[in-house]
Design a protein around this ligand. Structure first.
Ligand SMILES: [Zn+2]
Length: 441
């Protein structure tokens, strides 16, 4: 089969060939656009942290590519890339290794040349130079620890100054994690507790921290600890009390007919459920401390139970249940007015199982106060309250044998000894102004 070219004279074919060569050459000569270099390098990097550059040339493609990494005191590292295959775009990856003889300042230099015949056949060149700092130091912290020990069931503030800007940090002891709050440049505060059911010997508080490039450290918090013995107490249940609560409790455990079984299920399953719900609610907290001075307790009242009493529930001289009492019980005149223990914001006002009608107030920095067995509320959720403002009226809702106020203080959702927070001396030593970097213990 004949093509159109077969019919053309030879010179015409030569002319076409020359013209097409000139066309390509003129394209190569006319390309004055330099290769692009897109550097994705942060100001600081950790040893081994990958850095990337995307280098390419849309037309006519890359001819050569050099990447050099130089640090005073170390041999310069040069990467010469094999440009086989796709020479229109290349991704280069490199890193800085920890070298104790080398300085932390490094310079990345990238040189790319395209295939253009421009510049006397040398092509168009692009050069990018960027300094980078190798951060090979783990962050550290200078702690400020209270002079007095952390007592079992008690609270303590831990403060520290970090050696550099932090990317992440938390305080923890076993499965417990305590949030940190920023109180100044590189300065943090956390409110911690050693829960009543934790042996002081197994409560080992540590700070885990990471800097902005991911260097990390785990530091033991040098905290003094002290054990504490708690009282025993008996709660005398009566058939009359149990019968009187059937209507209120049967809604919580539907289908349970036996009165004692109903009570025991409420006092155990419901108690755990309620505690978990309170812990969940306590995650709602202000990043600013809202409280000021000592916390006030129910005025003109008599204390009926202490914090962490080891309680036995007795029915007809038989122990039917045991629980740890995680608050203080105060009885007063009937329908007594309950003041807010300190300034804060109401985060719950409603019915919650064993607590009956309950108010929960956030005081900021993971500190909360809780008021149970109310007969009525004087505040609603979201309301800001002042210390001493009436928030509700005492009653017998929930598991309350006789009218009283059950009062708790919680640190990060864990019940703590409220007596510390009512003690002006303890409070003054504990530092109130969380946001004041100059405040000290
Ligand atoms: Zn109580």
């Amino acid at each position: 089969m004949q093509t159109v070219f077969d019919k053309l004279p030879l010179y015409a074919g030569v002319l076409i060939l020359l013209a097409s060569m000139l066309g390509v050459s003129s394209l190569l000569f006319s390309d004055k656009e330099s290769p692009f270099i897109n550097l994705q390098i942060p100001e600081r990097v950790a040893p081994g942290q990958p850095m990337r550059a995307v280098v390419g040339d849309k037309r006519p493609g890359l001819r050569s590519l050099f990447v050099s990494v130089s640090r005073p005191g170390a041999h310069p590292e040069v990467l010469i890339l094999d440009l086989k295959g796709n020479d229109y775009e290349k991704t280069v990856q490199f890193c800085l290794q920890d070298d104790e003889n080398a300085e932390s300042q490094a310079v990345i230099r990238i040189e790319a040349v395209d295939k253009s015949l421009n510049n006397l056949f040398r092509g168009n060149t692009s050069i990018r130079v960027q300094p980078v700092y190798l951060d090979n130091l783990s962050p550290s912290a200078e702690f400020e620890i209270p002079a007095s020990p952390l007592v079992r069931g008690g609270s303590a503030f831990i403060r520290f100054n970090a050696s550099e800007d932090l990317g992440a940090a938390f305080l923890a002891a076993g499965p417990l994690a305590f949030p940190l709050y920023s109180i100044g440049p590189r300065r943090y505060q956390s409110l911690v507790t050693m829960p009543v059911d934790v042996e002081p010997s197994s409560f080992n508080l540590y700070l885990a921290l990471a800097d902005l490039v991911g260097n990390s450290a785990r530091l033991s918090v040098p905290l003094q600890k002290e054990d504490k013995q708690f009282n025993e107490d008996s709660i005398l249940l009566t058939s009359k009390f149990l019968q009187g609560k059937v209507k209120e409790f049967s809604g919580l455990v539907p289908g349970e007919k036996d009165v004692l079984t109903l009570f025991l299920r409420i006092n155990n399953e419901e108690r755990i459920k309620n505690y978990k719900e309170i812990q969940r609610l306590c995650q709602d907290t202000s990043t600013e401390p809202l409280w000021e001075g000592p916390f006030i307790h129910l005025p003109r009242s008599t204390r009926r139970s202490n914090f962490a009493d080891q309680r036995r529930y007795m029915l007809n001289d038989v122990t039917v249940d045991r629980q740890i009492h995680l608050g203080l019980d105060y009885s007063s005149t009937p329908k007594a007015e309950i003041p807010a223990a300190n300034h804060g914001r109401v985060i719950f006002a409603g019915y919650l199982g064993i607590h009956g009608n309950m108010v929960l107030i956030d005081h900021g920095h993971s500190l909360h106060s809780l008021y149970s067995h109310l007969s009525s509320f004087r505040v609603g959720v979201g309301e800001t309250v002042r210390k001493g403002q009436i928030i509700g009226i005492t009653g017998t809702s929930g598991i309350a044998v006789g009218e009283h106020l059950h009062f708790e203080i919680l640190v990060n959702g864990i019940s703590v000894n409220p007596d510390e927070w009512a003690d002006p001396e303890w409070i003054s030593k504990t530092a109130l102004k969380g946001a004041d970097p100059a405040a000290s213990f």
